[in-house]
Design a protein around this ligand. Structure first.
Ligand code: NAI
Length: 259
């Protein structure tokens, strides 16, 4: 039996090929969990899983697809025998004001950043509830929103909308689990700028170091975050240590929301 803060837990992390998903999966495995990393980037997810070792597996999974969700949840059960933890992490963050966001782009952002989280909560919850009921253990769902789900910006119309909806959906899921007496919590986290490949997708032709320095000036502690700043928070919220924490929102923002 493995030891660690997530000993015996089975986790599914979406968007596990990159950035926060990869860091979270590594952290979970280091703390004793077995982890299924899913992503549309099949090769990337397989690379991270291989690097973690026997405690990890990967599969292709588009979070906007109900059929892919069913297959990913079935894969967790087939590979590891159940599911305790879901981290709804996969996401995109394209910029755009309300005037220059096309309806197609609006729908794409909501399909990945919001519908993907809804489908995950809906389709993974039955297996998490069944696994925890069978074992007398505990489970959790963690939804990766953003500080952009709390504080808006002029040029993030679709992202602000989707991430704000994730925050509130989380509370509904938490209350549903509580009402059903599932031993399952549901919380959201709200990071500010974290140095991951998502930043590269935002950069365009701008200088990376200059952009990170500009972001850092907006953060009271004077720097952007590291993936582990988020992974440590995910570890706590998905561990049994947080069993009385549900429907909560944790800002991982270097103090931005305190202003
Ligand atoms: P990233 O771009 O490094 O990783 C995102 C992963 O999601 C990629 O591996 C990508 O292939 C995957 N993905 C995209 N669309 C998908 C789909 N339809 N189905 C399955 N996988 C898909 O980004 P990062 O930074 O790791 O972001 C992870 C989450 O954290 C996102 O939800 C993002 O909005 C959120 N976040 C990130 C912040 C940051 O500054 N890095 C700040 C606040 C929130």
């Amino acid at each position: 039996m493995s030891s660690g803060r997530l000993a015996g837990k089975i986790a599914l992390v979406t968007g596990g090929a990159s950035g926060l998903g990869a860091a979270t999966a590594r952290k979970f495995a280091a703390e004793g969990a077995r982890v299924l990393l899913t992503d549309i980037d099949t090769d990337g997810a397989a690379r991270v899983a291989a690097d973690i070792g026997d405690a990890a597996a990967s599969c292709r999974h588009d979070v906007t697809s109900e059929a892919d969700w069913q297959a990913a949840v079935a894969e967790a059960e087939a590979k590891f025998g159940g599911l305790h933890i879901l981290v709804n992490n996969a996401g995109i963050a394209p910029a755009g004001t309300v005037e220059d966001t096309s309806l197609e782009e609006w729908r794409r952002v909501h399909a990945i950043d919001l519908d993907g989280v809804f489908l995950g909560c809906k389709l993974a919850l039955p297996l998490i509830a069944a696994t925890t009921a069978r074992e007398g253990s505990r489970g959790s769902i963690l939804n990766v929103s953003s500080i952009a789900g709390i504080i808006a910006a002029a040029n993030m119309a679709a992202y602000n909308s989707a991430k704000a909806a994730v925050r509130h959906l989380t509370k509904s899921v938490a209350l549903h689990c509580a009402k059903e007496r599932y031993a399952v919590t549901c919380n959201s986290i709200h990071p500010t700028f974290i140095d991951t490949p998502i930043i590269d997708k935002m950069i365009g032709d701008r200088d990376r170091a200059q952009l990170l320095a500009k972001f850092a000036r907006q953060v009271p502690v004077g720097r952007v975050g590291e993936p582990d700043d988020v992974a440590f928070a995910a570890l706590y919220l998905c561990s049994d240590e947080a069993k009385f924490v549900t429907g909560a929102e944790l800002y991982i923002d270097g103090g931005i929301a305190a202003m």
